[in-house]
Design a protein around this ligand. Structure first.
Ligand code: ASP
Ligand code: MG
Length: 412
């Protein structure tokens, strides 16, 4: 029998009633002839509560015990989902990560999946079980300890199961009905996409569109897993969601697929550093060691052997970044006149595979921002993306203007 993976996020299993609603959708697919692997998240808010308990108990916690605690939310929903299905006379049982087994490395709190053993579940399907309910987000390390995959990790669990079992599709049920051209809370003209290419989704996810964990999209792209994002509310009939698939499977597409934004950005500039070989390494090495996620980087032209170096990072990391730079200065590794922090900036990006073959997309973006009187502070580009850093107070305006300029309200 063909296998389907269905993943239910925290809001879709937030109460017994919602679990029942989700179980009904599973029942429909079983009746359609699928063996189903259901991946569940913890009930909405549960993981946050568990993380809070750990931090309150032990601020410098042992990550192995953190995983022991925070993985437990998924155990509850897996068991409840299996019970609910049994009450509906659907043959089902629950599996914790270690029982499957889902092997990971030992990087507790952010472990990577190494292998999924398919024998146990396959054997049960052979014996007439129709639904394997698997606790998302968790696995087992080579040392035999429970691990978790990082926040939002049950998306990655779902895609990994779809790849391991050769599933026909991986359906991600969530509280939105698909992937939009931009955040509908910012631009009322935002349109739900029927399809989006893996690479576009990957950019959008890493740029802050929170529908899918970035790693899950990476994995889907690598293994060619057809991924569908859809709402677990609404009627099933008019609920096709968004299919994340290979570029070749999309007939018509806009040059720009979507506009992404990220609000909590900061810009930091080291004024007058020596322009010499190794200066970038001397700056960004200590920042990396301090755990600062540097995103954009600009080095100015130098004058008389000195230059300014600007970079961006999340606002909540500016303190750490400042400390790392002062320490490097005191250690004599770098020298600068001043460190200027601007923590009232935001990043706005346009993403689209069509940019590869269309000239002038970046120019159009810049002209649009000019017409709105928005000053651009930093620009970065990749093959399928252009990002700009602007004053945060213009973020909504910029998103709306770009959405209009590229006519994203119209299908390709
Ligand atoms: N429950 C975990 C979290 O909230 C994993 C997930 O839901 O994807 O991060
Ligand atoms: Mg999630």
């Amino acid at each position: 029998m063909p296998v389907l993976v269905m993943k239910f996020g925290g809001t879709s299993v937030a109460s017994l009633d919602r679990i029942r609603r989700a179980a009904k959708r599973v029942g429909v697919e079983v009746a359609n002839g699928y063996n189903v692997i259901v991946i569940v998240s913890a009930m909405a808010g549960k993981t946050n509560e568990l993380v809070g308990w750990v931090q309150e108990t032990s601020p410098l916690f042992d990550a192995r015990e953190y995983d022991a605690v925070v993985s437990s939310g998924e155990n509850v929903t897996a068991g409840l989902m299996a019970l609910t299905l049994q009450e509906m006379d659907v043959p089902a049982r629950s599996w914790q990560g270690w029982q499957v087994p889902l092997h990971t490395n030992s990087a507790h709190a952010g472990a990577r999946i190494e292998e999924i053993g398919t024998e146990n579940i396959t054997q049960k399907f052979g014996e007439g079980m129709r639904v394997a309910v698997v606790a998302g987000f968790q696995g087992i390390s080579p040392e035999g300890r429970v691990t978790t995959l990082g926040r939002g990790g049950s998306d990655t669990t779902a895609v990994a199961f779809a790849a391991a079992f050769g599933a026909e599709r991986c359906d991600i049920y969530t509280d939105v009905d698909g992937v939009y051209t931009t955040d509908p809370r910012i631009a009322s003209k935002a349109r739900k996409l029927d399809k989006i290419a893996y690479e576009e989704m990957l950019e959008l996810a890493s740029l802050g569109a929170k529908v899918l964990q970035t790693r899950s999209v990476e994995l889907a792209m690598r293994y060619g897993v057809r991924l569908r994002v859809l709402s677990s509310f609404g009627e099933q009939s008019d609920n096709a969601g968004t299919l994340v698939c290979a570029e070749e499977d999309i007939m018509e597409m806009n040059v720009v697929a979507g506009v992404a934004h990220s609000r909590d950005e900061a810009k930091m500039t080291l004024i007058s550093v020596a322009d010499r070989p190794g200066i970038a390494a001397a700056i960004f090495g200590p920042l990396a060691e301090a755990g600062v996620n540097v995103d954009m980087i600009v080095q100015n032209i130098s004058e008389e052997g000195r230059t300014d170096m600007t970079f961006s990072c999340p606002t909540d990391q500016t303190l750490r970044a400042e400390q790392a730079m002062q320490a490097a200065k005191e250690a004599g590794e770098i020298n600068f006149h001043d460190l200027v922090v601007d923590d009232a900036v935001a990043k706005v990006s346009i993403v689209g595979i069509g940019m590869r073959s269309h000239a002038g997309v970046a120019a159009k973006m810049f002209a649009t921002l000019r017409d709105e009187g928005v000053n651009i502070k930093v620009i970065t580009t990749s093959e399928i993306k252009v990002s700009v850093l602007i004053d945060r107070k213009y973020m909504e305006l910029a998103v709306q203007a770009l959405h209009d300029a590229f006519e994203l309200e119209k299908a390709g």
